[in-house]
Design a protein around this ligand. Structure first.
Ligand code: FEO
Length: 135
């Protein structure tokens, strides 16, 4: 669930984060409702694709503000994409049973990432903006 304290003061990025939470929630519901494997695959694929879109947009946003920790942030994104990809491959290969634990991993990662790393670039941007207002 997205809450105001997760805001990075950018409407586009905040909306993308909200969408990510919604996709994770749909996935969670899919598991709870014992949806067929094909439906769960579809849901995780949707989450995977939207996550990649969001990361691309967010990385461009950080590039635009000359964020100094862009490369570190990009590597965090890349490892999350790898993890989700790994889940998807194992699921397709019948080696992963999707569970609440998997969903919790996705949700916890996202919340911690937005509260931690995303808030760091938001703080950097706020400082940049306030310096521009002073000068
Ligand atoms: Fe919003 Fe760095 O993910």
């Amino acid at each position: 669930m997205w809450t105001n304290d997760l805001s990075v003061d950018n409407v586009m990025i905040d909306n993308e984060h909200k969408q990510l939470f919604m996709l994770i929630d749909n996935f969670y519901k899919g598991i709870k409702e014992n949806s067929p494997k094909e439906r769960l695959e579809e849901l995780i694929l949707g989450l995977f694709n939207y996550t990649k879109t969001h990361f691309k947009n967010e990385e461009q946003h950080m590039r635009n503000m000359n964020y100094p920790d862009l490369e570190v942030h990009k590597s965090l994104h890349a490892s999350f994409v790898d993890q989700v990809n790994n889940y998807y491959d194992r699921l397709k290969g019948g080696k992963l049973i999707l569970s609440i634990e998997v969903t919790n991993f996705l949700k916890d990662w996202l919340i911690n990432h937005i509260k931690g790393s995303d808030q760091q670039y938001a703080a950097f941007e706020r400082t940049q903006k306030s310096m521009m207002n002073i000068n």
